[in-house]
Design a protein around this ligand. Sequence first.
Ligand code: NAD
Length: 463
Amino acid sequence: MTDQYQTFAKSPIGKFVIKNLGLPSPIELDRFQVGQPVIQGAVLFGAAPNSRLTASISQVLSNIHADVYAGNNTALQQAAASVGLNVRAFNQGDTASKFKALVFDASGIENAEQLKALYDFFHPVARQIQTSGRVIVVGTSPETASSVAAAIAQRALEGFVKSVGKEFKKGIAAELVYVDQDAQDNIESTLRFLLSPRSAYVSGQVIRVSNATTIEVDWAQPLAGKTAVVTGASRGIGEAIAHVLARDGAHVICLDVPQQQADLERVANEIDGSVLTLDITANDAGEKIKAAAATQGGLDIIVHNAGVTRDKTLANMKPELWDLVININLAANERVNDYLLNNAGLNENGRIICVSSISGIAGNLGQTNYAVSKAGVIGLVKFTAPTLKNGITINAVAPGFIETQMTAAIPFAIREAGRRMNSMSQGGLPVDVAETIAYFASTASTGLNGNVVRVCGQSLLGA
Ligand code: NAD
């Protein structure tokens, strides 16, 4: 699907018109290419006094061979040295340097006054971030903070990150990572994802990392030896998910309805995967998925991507349109999960990843059925997460406006509004959703359970 406005905005005449009319000028976001380092460009690293995550963050920055700078901060320098991270000196007032990412350990902030550490670190360099850059604040999950004042201050970090995401423009994304008291060894997959262009269209998000067994992975092929089922894999977002999971090393079983057989086979052939034609609402869907994965060493990852819209205002909606949407988008996910979890259908460290929508967060005119189903998916993730065992996790992505056949069918004016009303001033690509799913799918992401991450360019809807 093409974004004609973005193409126009890049032309000489387009640049002139857009500048003079004050229209949004979307930049082309950096996207991950195989073989690239995690981050291309320097990282400015800072920490509030008494922060507890500085050594763990340093370890990740060292592992990814980042080019790291820091101001005059003895505690940070000691923490970095303790894990062998080489940190170059950055002098405040050096306005010539540009950074690809600003990373700040805010975990030591214990009260409202100490929030000033955010201002002190970010204010002097607020104009020194490159396009498609990153602002990452790492804090302590408020629920695990040491006092009420500390919990309040940590909760306050959300407002900072969400505002920065709206303010910095130029494709710069801002995120908050909450780390539970005992989860400092579980942050690597999250920091790698957020620092890299894999998270191009993810902004203004709060991700929570919990304590879990850490598992070594080959970061170039984090899904090597894994078997994944992707529902609705014949086109759109599902097709992109199948490609990205296969790129990361998984054997992908591509599932879709029989009518999509030809496209499904094409996708499976492209990635050396296999085909499972199945209506996900069938009573024996869980059984068939388990049987298909059994020939590949059992199932490690299931991505519930299949979904439909049947938009009508509530007054005009026929009951069968309500039933159809709830059944495919929500009830089938529940039935399949129940079958797999109750019948040893998911291997140890298995991953369940659901696809919600910002409609399920904000609601949408003409989408009562769809929004119910997608809000239900968020409930499914939230209430299933604490019940899981054996390193199995469940998380969801909530896409905003993604350029697919689904969004191409939206009437022009509504489509343009959906596309532009976000901090990136553009729609996302199916690959952006797929990269976020691959991050949850990674064996290294056992500390992520019960998260819902929006892939929406920080859409204003439901913000
Ligand atoms: P799409 O219509 O292009 O693809 C959906 C796929 O699901 C199709 O291949 C379809 O055949 C399959 N499918 C439908 N019913 C099925 C069933 N009963 N059993 C098996 N397969 C079935 O849609 P898309 O835009 O790629 O959306 C993928 C997911 O992302 C959906 O869950 C959708 O709700 C969600 N989503 C999309 C957007 C967007 O902007 N495109 C935004 C938010 C959420």
